[in-house]
Design a protein around this ligand. Structure first.
Ligand code: 4NP
Length: 173
């Protein structure tokens, strides 16, 4: 199945659900996925839809369990009006029961999730974030900003705002 039809299939599957439970996943759960979590929550709240969405994030790694998001990401996000207060946690097999859509930021996160998925049906819940992003950039994934400068964090936020808008519109159709 090509990637675009995966996005379309996820949208069709989720649109009928009264409660939309989505999990964003990156490596450390301190930069990209907690930012996606905060951006998506802000969009859902602004749409008056908080009761119909459950949004969370997790990391494939456990190095930062319990930590707030990276200070740099918190500063860049705050400038755009997002207050990131998520505490990092590692992804777990039960996430495939607790969420309907599991969204990795890059191919490495996606491979790890595919290894953890307990069943083929669970694996169908994995759809990469890049599928919802139509900003032009040189990336086919959301790049890890951890070793980058300010532009890296700004690019991630640009990509996430664009992708989360599309995700919200897709799933609310
Ligand atoms: P994230 O960024 O996956 O977007 O949260 C990273 C944060 C920390 C590390 C790697 C990536 N780390 O290796 O500690």
């Amino acid at each position: 199945m090509d990637n675009h039809s995966k996005r379309a299939q996820a949208a069709a599957r989720m649109a009928a659900m009264p409660l939309k439970r989505i999990l964003f996943v990156c490596l450390g759960n301190i930069c990209r996925s907690p930012a996606a979590n905060g951006v998506m929550q802000a969009i859902v709240d602004a749409g008056g839809d908080s009761a119909r969405w459950v949004i969370d994030s997790a990391g494939t790694g456990n190095y930062h369990t319990g930590d707030l998001p990276d200070h740099r990401m918190r500063v860049h996000a705050r400038r755009r009006g997002y207050d990131l207060t998520h505490r990092a946690r590692q992804v777990r097999e039960s996430d495939f029961d607790d969420f309907d859509l599991i969204i990795p930021m890059d191919a490495s996160n996606e491979r790890t999730l595919r290894r953890i998925a307990p069943t083929p049906e669970a694996e169908e819940k994995i759809v990469p974030m890049a599928q919802w992003i139509d900003l032009s950039s040189r990336y086919d994934h959301v790049p890890d900003p951890y070793y980058e400068g300010a532009e890296g964090f700004e690019l991630v936020l640009d990509m996430l705002e664009n992708g989360c808008d599309n995700l919200y519109n897709d799933l609310n159709k």
